[in-house]
Design a protein around this ligand. Structure first.
Ligand SMILES: [Zn+2]
Length: 276
């Protein structure tokens, strides 16, 4: 067995690492996916609705001020429910990618579910915005070999669901053939872990300084390694006042280096393919 490959990827000229700002716009669908009974609880629905009502507009405002590109992963039902949001994201020049259809885990043990979630999500993004997404992120992080095969068959350029590297790489399917490019995540760069708490999802919340310290430190080492810092935020969390200021300060920190490539996941995947 050979030595595992941890070589530094090739980035655009003058760049040493990449920052991918990504937003999972789950809205109410996340909570209904967790428990269908939540649909009848206005208190729980409000958590998701905040992401649509305030989170996405505030995040778009910040990205515009910073003149930075981002990738929005959006479930099909959310695209259908909030078509104006999808159009606003696209008109601002950001990327829209696939995030399932109803935000339920695509469990391969349930016949037809994985395929249905991918295909209905594709139909919704086409119907609402006329787009064919380049990439996919698994709702609740539930991936499967069947899902990776279907993404490949449907022509997806990339996946961004796994946490098994610090840099983009090519997924190898179970039969040994090439799958999509993976844009990996780090658990420390996911706002869900420490940014919100509620009666249906209790967590210990962390302060701005704690989160910023973690994000900055993770970014610093990823930069040294020449990796990609895939920041995974949710508008219903990072769209809250203190969380948005955390994101603003994190961006400011990364800007103190002149060798950071800010890019959409699609552009990062294309760059990987160009040097593969
Ligand atoms: Zn999600």
């Amino acid at each position: 067995m050979g030595t595992p490959d941890v070589s530094t990827p090739v980035w655009p000229v003058g760049k040493r690492c990449a920052v991918a700002l990504t937003f999972d716009f789950d809205a109410e669908a996340l909570w209904i996916g967790n428990d269908p009974a939540n649909a009848d609880d206005p208190g729980v629905m409000a958590l998701g609705h905040y992401g649509a009502r305030v989170g996405v507009p505030k995040i778009l405002e910040l990205l515009s001020e910073e003149e930075l590109p981002a990738t929005f992963f959006i479930p099909g039902v959310v695209a259908e429910q909030y078509p104006g949001h999808i159009h606003a994201v696209l008109e601002a020049g950001h990327e829209v990618a696939h995030h399932g259809y109803t935000h339920i885990p695509a469990d391969p043990s349930i016949p037809g579910r994985v395929e249905e979630q991918i295909d209905r999500g594709l139909e919704a993004l086409d119907k609402v915005a006329g787009i064919v997404p380049l990439g996919y992120r698994a709702p609740d992080g539930v991936s499967s070999h069947l899902g990776q095969r279907l993404l490949t068959d449907r022509g997806f350029l990339y996946d961004s669901s796994l946490k098994d590297h610090f840099a983009p790489y090519r997924i190898i399917l179970q039969d040994g053939s090439p799958g999509p490019v993976e844009i990996p995540e780090q658990p420390t760069l996911d706002d869900w872990a420490f940014g919100s708490s509620s009666s249906v999802s209790y967590k210990v919340m962390q302060s701005k300084q704690q989160v910023l310290s973690m994000w900055n430190d993770e970014f610093l080492e990823l930069r040294t390694w020449g990796g990609v810092a895939t920041l995974l935020c949710h508008p219903q969390i990072t769209g809250r006042p203190m969380r948005l200021s955390t994101l603003r300060d994190f961006i400011a920190f990364t800007r103190t280096f002149d060798d950071v490539w800010y890019a959409t996941c699609g552009d990062i995947a294309r760059n990987f393919v160009a040097y593969e």
